[in-house]
Design a protein around this ligand. Structure first.
Ligand code: F6P
Length: 360
């Protein structure tokens, strides 16, 4: 099989049950990555007597053929451990000419029959393209943002939601004691899944998400009304990708990182300054940042990661490439990577409508 991959061809005819799998973790780290790796290794080795090689630092390890052997022993103790033992990066093989040839060469050198790609939107889009180009890949949806389509959940989201909810719960006391407005910024680059659910779970006064651009004047009017008439302090939850309605508030131009990703994290400072100026109430900011994706996965994420890892190993052994494992109605299914990465999963209108009932 490895040689066939090197030639850009993979033939499913006569595929033997025993295989050699590759696995990589790409994009931002996320609670549950290690649990997926452990499950891929466990299923592959116990059910199929297969072997697994882990590529280091996402696609970089495949491009440069940097890898480590993974077996049941190396995966001991991984289930609750945050981060990824393989390391991760946002490097993608389509950014540099010649890197896809290096990817093919590494997979051949490692005799890999199928590659499990664990990642978010960027990493999985790359996997979808790689499949179109003849690589035998299976995707696993990872991201605390929960924005991958065709799966009801990505692993990491539940942990981040729990951390954000607990943080907002704790901010209530300062808000109430000082009669302040507390602005809390959570992650959510293009979508507001963490913000809307954490806001709802922790009784936020208002939640601003990318799907619904805000009008700062309307936000400040309702906060003032709440403080003056309701005599109650406020907590405003802001997704880092939240945007004002064009023309209603000046914001700093977006900066990008070395991979061309917009560098977010900070809109809440601008919003808080504007709220304080317009309402006259003391306003303070808390940016949760990387705390949301650090540390041990929640029980729900440990279970989801484990189920995804087992299902991904099965998909590879079935030769069902170009698929992503997904959660639908509490069952693990396979969906086409191209469909899953065609567009992002946004916050559902019904959920937003229910949350809005509790605004201000
Ligand atoms: O995609 C997951 C995520 O945590 C986003 O919520 C956030 O915007 C981004 O990663 C941060 O990326 P980086 O780790 O490159 O700063």
């Amino acid at each position: 099989m490895g040689l066939l991959i090197a030639l850009g061809v993979f033939d499913l005819e006569g595929l033997e049950a025993r295989m050699r799998l590759g696995v990589l973790t790409g994009g931002g780290d996320c609670p549950g990555l290690n649990a997926v790796i452990r499950a891929v290794v466990r299923r592959s080795s116990r059910r199929y007597d297969s072997t697994v090689v882990g590529f280091l630092d996402g696609w970089r390890g495949v491009i440069e053929n940097q890898a480590m052997e993974l077996d049941i022993e190396t995966c001991r103790g991984l289930l609750p451990r945050g981060g990824t033992i393989l390391g991760t990066s946002r490097i993608q093989p389509y950014s540099n000419p010649g890197d896809m040839d290096r990817v093919r060469a590494s997979l051949a050198a490692q005799s890999v029959d199928g590659l499990v790609v664990i990642g978010g939107e960027g990493t999985l889009s790359c996997a979808a393209q790689a499949f179109e180009d003849g690589l035998p890949v299976v995707g696993v949806p990872k991201t605390i943002d929960n924005d991958i389509a065709l799966t009801e959940a990505t692993f990491g989201f539940d942990t981040a939601l729990g951390i954000a909810t607990e943080a907002i719960d704790r901010l209530h006391t300062t808000a109430e004691s000082h009669d302040r407005i507390m602005v809390v910024e959570v992650m959510g680059r293009h979508v507001g899944h963490i913000a809307i659910r954490a806001g709802m779970a922790a009784g936020a006064t208002m939640t601003l998400i990318p799907e619904h651009p805000f009008d700062i004047a309307a936000v400040c009017e309702s906060l003032t009304r709440r403080h003056e008439h309701g005599k109650y302090a406020s907590i405003v939850v802001v997704a880092e990708g939240a945007k004002p309605i064009p023309g209603t508030m000046d914001i700093a131009p977006d900066e990008t990182d070395e991979y061309g990703h917009i560098r977010l994290g900070g809109i809440s400072n601008r919003i808080a300054a504007e709220i304080e100026r317009r309402t006259g109430y003391e306003t303070r900011v808390t940016i949760l940042g990387y705390i949301q994706r650090g540390g041990t996965p929640s029980p729900a994420d440990r279970v989801l990661s484990t189920r995804f890892g087992v299902a991904a190993a099965d998909a590879v052994h079935d030769g069902d490439f170009g698929q992503m494992v997904a959660l639908q109605q509490d069952r693990i299914v396979r969906v086409a990577l191209s469909d899953a990465t065609a567009e992002l999963k946004l916050v559902d209108d019904g959920l937003y409508d229910a949350a809005r009932e509790f605004f201000a």
